[in-house]
Design a protein around this ligand. Sequence first.
Ligand code: ZN
Length: 111
Amino acid sequence: MSFFEKVPDPDFPLEEWHMFKVFLLIEEKEEDECFPWKGRKINGYGVYNYECTWGYAHRLVWEWVHNKIIPKGAYIRHSCGNKLCQNPSHLSMRERKASQKASDFPFLLSV
Ligand SMILES: [Zn+2]
């Protein structure tokens, strides 16, 4: 079963069809492999345009899979070191250290 086949949470901020478009841009491979992003990239990360704003794809994937919004100040770490990877099992949330600026990993990039 695909990671992405799940019942949508009615409170999730993006409509289901947006997530479907996001999943079309992810190359799903074997469970333990990286899932490369096929869409646009900014700063080496996969990005997705939503309502004229760019957001990081891996953050969106994490939020979708975990059914929650990433808390302010937290960031999503790639355990595989591959910035373009969208495999949910390679993504983990980390709290930001006090020394890191809040703007280091924004959910939405202003363009
Ligand atoms: Zn990976």
